[in-house]
Design a protein around this ligand. Sequence first.
Ligand code: ZN
Length: 241
Amino acid sequence: MLFTEIGSALVVVAHCDDAEWMFGGVVAKLTDRGVPVSYLVVTDGASGGVDLSVTDEQLAAVRADEQRAAAGVLGVSDVTFLGYHNDELEVSVGLKRDIVHQIRRVRPDLVLTWMPSRHPEAPIDWLHGDHLAVGEATMQAIYPEALMPRIHSELGKEGLAPHTVGEVWYPAMSDADCYIDVSEVVEVKMDAIWCHHSQNGEANGDRTWLFERRVAPPMRSAGRMLAVAYAERFRRVAITG
Ligand SMILES: [Zn+2]
């Protein structure tokens, strides 16, 4: 599937801010073309950050607001939160059913999600258990569950017909087989990441520091493969031909 052939996309992530960090450039390029993009955020983010003075409920509400704002910067208005408690996520029948529900509702050509298993080159923050659980649950939800009418048949009775996703892309290192030039949208990606104020404490208010130290290096590294300034890189899994 060529990038220009993508007619709709669903981003399935574990935490508020995952979508912006991992897929922000691709999402911005898709919405610039008028392609509808939906987000599915699986956890509530209530254990993110280091501030013990706020309750789980308060932090979850702040993070949901930050996520909606960041999505809006990238042209995404359809944001669904499943509300699973973070740092406890497992691949479960219930989680897979919830993801199938969204796949059958949104009916995407492309799903962007976390990688389903550990990779020896992956940065440590990619290997959060919630990320791995979301990646694996999403892969199982896409194949075979979303496309088989007898699996989660109660969803069919709700009018959510089976759907076959075209491709899945997940973040990759040297195993990447898909590079997307995001040079033209790198500032809007950074604008979206900056919306997650509760999680950007490391930068101490210094947006340039965050960009130069955390955001830009992996995109510059990927960009060298295309001889462009910034790129995002993925591994593609084809579900249909
Ligand atoms: Zn995360």
